[in-house]
Each structure stands twice: as C-alpha cells, then as structure tokens.
Design a protein around this ligand. Sequence first.
Ligand code: CA
Length: 428
Amino acid sequence: MTQPTLTRSWVASANGHRDFPLQNLPLGVFSINGSAPRSGVAIGDSILDLHAALDEFEGEARRAVEATAGGQLNSFFELGRGPRVALRERLLELLAEGSKLQTREAQVLHRAVDCQMHLPAKISDYTDFYVGIEHAQNVGKLFRPDNPLLPNYKYVPIGYHGRASTIRPSGTEVRRPKGQTLPAGQTEPTFGPCARLDYELELGIWIGPGNAMGDAIAIGDAAEHIAGFCLLNDWSARDIQAWEYQPLGPFLSKSFITSISPWVVTAEALEPFRKAQPARPEGDPQPLPYLLDNRDQNAGALDIELEVLLTTASMREQNLPAHRLALSNTQHMYWTAAQMVAHHSVNGCQLQAGDLFGSGTLSGPQPGQFGSLLEITEGGKKTIELASGEVRKFLEDGDEIILRARCRREGFASIGFGECRGTVVAAH
Ligand code: CA
C-alpha cells in the first residue's frame, strides 16, 4: 500500500503533526471523564472514538471496529491483517479533507488532552528479547572485554520470559524498587532501595493471531502475526540484577514495572519505513533455515529513529529543556521482528493475540546512541552533566525518562509513536 502522502485531513492539527498525521492512524484505548475505557484512533491532537462512529463502517472494516469493543484490542489483534487493512482504508476516507464525517466532529472526536490512555490490550505474556547487538556488545564488554558476545548470540534470538502483570501505560509513576544487593567488596547482601536505577530503550511488538500450542509459526508467515508496534521502557535495577541474574537471568530487577507508549502503530503505517535487514558482517553465520526468509531479509527491518530524553525535578522547575540521552535507530536489531516470532514459536510455544515482545535495548555503536545509563556511564564510572548543574550516573527520585520514535523518508509524511514517559518516585 502506498502512503497517501498528499492527502490532508479535516482535523487541522493532523496536518504536519509530529506523531499522528493522517498517514499514521494508530489504535489505542482511552477513557474520558471517568467513562469506561473504549477504543480510539489518534489523529493530530484528537482521538476518534471508534464506537461513536461505528455506523460509518461496513463489511470487514465494521468487523474490525466491533472487535475493538470492550476496552481491549485483543480480539482486533486476533483478526489479523485483512480487517485491519480494511479499517485503515475506511479511516483514510473518513478523516480525509472533504469527508462528511466532519459534520459529526463534536460527536466522534475528543481532544487527546482531555482523555486518559490505558493499556491497549490484556497482556497474557510478555517476552523480552536481546536483539540490539550494539547493546549486547557494550554490556558484554563491561563484563568480558575480550569476548563481549557469547557464542550463541549469532544463532539464537536471545530472550527471557518477562512479567506481564506490571506493564503500564506511559505516565505511570515508577516506584523505586527495594531488593537484595551485594555491596562492592562485601560477601553478604543487604536489603534496601535500588541505588542503580536505569531505563532501557526498546521497541515493543504486539502479537496478532498467534498459534495453537504445538504448532510453529513459519518465518514466511511470521509478519502476519504482528499486530503493531509501540515504545517500551524496560526499567532495570542494576544492583539487584547484578546479584540475582546468575544462573537463570533477570528476575525482580526487571519485574517492578515496564512502561509502554499507549498507541499501537500498525505494520501498514510503517510500510514506507521498511528496510532490508542489514547484511551480517563477514564471518557471521547465516540464520538457520527456520529463521531465514527472503522477503523478511529484503524488507523485514524497520528504519525508526529512537530518542531518549531526561528531565530532573530541578530542570522542570527552572523550565530547562529536556536533556537528550540518546538518539538511536531500530536498524541496530540483529534479528527482525519476524525472526523473533518464528523463533519463539518453533518449539510449539503458544503465542496469543495481545502478547507483547520487547526487542531488547536498541543502542547504536557511537556515544550519544546508547539506550541505557549502564552503557552511557559504563556501569557508573562516568557522570552525565546536566544544564541544571546536576550530575547523574543512575536515576534519582523525580527524574523523568521520555522515549520518542519517529519515521522519516524523503517523499513521505513523517509519523511518530507518541511518547513513553515515566517519573521515578521514592521507594515506599
Ligand atoms: Ca531489556
């Protein structure tokens, strides 16, 4: 599908909007004035209430809108690509300049600032991958300078089962966790608030139809099982992690909260920003056959610019601009989203509509492109200086982390993901 680049929307704020022009049309779940959560579409500074506009849809598009009822998009995700595309095509008509829907503006549009966003789906399972190879190398170097990547990395899309119950939408406060840590030079742990609180810049992947237990999703079909994308912040307690992670991996250091941006950006909106998967460096193995598909290699990667910003309480009081911690890109993924889906299901593990994957931290190779404080400060060895005169190695109470994403391509309208925000508050 080509992007309707030149089409303008009758929703004036959508034209040239940083995140939500007519060409994006992400879905989400919102409430207004304490109403029950319901589905909507972001358009400029407004939200189109899908339920209020239901009689504007017919056929497959209406089936899609009906599947968004009940304040959760799981049934919509389960429908897959056909109804999703039909819905998009009808939305493009309804929201384009000249549409008669404009006469119903007061009935079907809400100002986004008046609305509260919710999680878009019930998340049964959450898996966090580790496909950002630059991050894997940067972190590996801190522990194994001569051998940063373990030998399985280039064969297996590495991941672990995360905690679905504590995933929250952007804006939810981040309570500093307490736990066991091993102070430097000690042999006995202590218990208390995390002292090395960090964020991780990740792409979130929403799962669509999924598979029955025992069946595997073939790599060539895997894209059909991706419902959309969001931003994901995998908040991490580095001191708790360092003490607990061997031999089974992260546990309480990650499960206290994971924040996501609330809008689901569809594969169709991202179509113009697809890229070939970058060629593997000389000497790297080719993916095993169950992970290798020509179409996926030729167009399965994404060109999405990713940004991390920090403000402190003091910076906000002084109206100082946010400090940019990183500017990275999804092209630093060693495995594609389709490869993650194929690998996750190859043993017969069931994926279900509304499951969420994290990509793993997406750092670039250069300073200024690192997606966590662990990398920026080399595990707390370096400090970050802020315009307020404050310094940071890890996050302090009152600090806010803001993730943003943006897709640009010559000749196409830019689209964004909205924001994924979280402010750290003191431990109980
Ligand atoms: Ca992670």
